[in-house]
Design a protein around this ligand. Structure first.
Ligand code: SAM
Length: 240
């Protein structure tokens, strides 16, 4: 369970109404039952439930069960999609290990208004479900050109492009020297909007010194499918 306050031995954390309702009425937990909690900074803690009626509850931290892990330096950059497709994309990107989520506004982006709060709550839910302890950073939307120009020169940019010559993307990463996870490595995986990238954007990405333009096969994938495919390719090489 994600908790937005510091966790330490003996710390007492009050739950909001939704969390209390989930533990007491959905999971039907009772006083003294154990719950695992994290806040993205202090590792994972076993906490016991202190119940006040059926609507309010606190948790008391008993012992640390896992040390805090560092997030991957992997930016998942994507043109925002509408509602349910964006929810899906955010959840899957977190499950696949994205350390930060960066909405990018490309020439053909149709959904330019991004609900960052909704993205955050989907990211928390995905982190809870897959048991990771670091919460992905949810970044504010930024123009595509500014995003590419602002990337460090040594960041490996996996630029997904349905117009790239069809070739094995895992081999393309290995050829560019990506092999296994090393904590100094920095990645960005970039997926475009419903209408794809324009040539000007392709050229700008190609000008980045560590850009790898990858094909995910001969079929045009929906952007949310491309997210899962691209991150699977990257993780098949990183193995993290
Ligand atoms: N119209 C569909 C939609 O609404 O999702 C397809 C959009 S596709 C043009 C969106 C993005 O997915 C592209 O800009 C690219 O980044 C990625 N993509 C889709 N198919 C791909 C492929 N075969 N290879 C590489 N990237 C692909």
């Amino acid at each position: 369970l994600f908790i937005g306050s510091p966790l330490a031995q003996g710390a007492r954390v009050s739950l909001d109404r939704a969390q209390a309702n989930y533990l007491l009425n959905v999971l039907r937990l009772k006083a003294e039952d154990a719950v695992l909690v994290f806040n993205g900074k202090d590792g994972e803690w076993k906490a016991t439930l202190a119940v006040e009626g059926r609507k309010a509850a606190d948790l008391v931290c008993v012992e640390r069960t896992r040390a805090q892990s560092a997030p991957l330096d992997l930016i998942y950059a994507f043109a925002p999609l509408k509602h349910a497709r964006l929810d899906y994309m955010v959840q899957k990107a977190v499950e696949m290990g994205a350390g930060s989520l960066q909405p990018i506004l490309t020439r053909r982006t149709q959904s330019t208004r991004v609900n960052l709060e909704r993205m955050r709550s989907n990211a928390i839910e995905a982190a809870e479900q897959c048991g990771i302890l670091c919460l992905p950073e949810v970044r504010e939307e930024i123009g595509f050109d500014k995003f590419i120009k602002g990337l460090e020169g040594d960041r490996i940019v996996v630029f997904c492009d349905e117009d790239a010559p069809v070739a094995n993307p895992v081999e393309a990463l290995k050829k560019a020297g990506v092999e296994g996870w090393n904590h100094a490595a920095k990645f960005a995986v970039v997926v475009g909007p419903e209408g794809g990238f324009v040539d000007q954007e392709r050229a700008l990405a190609a000008a980045h010194e560590r850009c790898i333009r990858v094909s995910l096969g001969p079929r045009i994938l929906r952007a949310d499918t491309a997210a899962v495919a691209a991150l699977t390719v990257v993780q098949s090489v990183l193995g993290d």
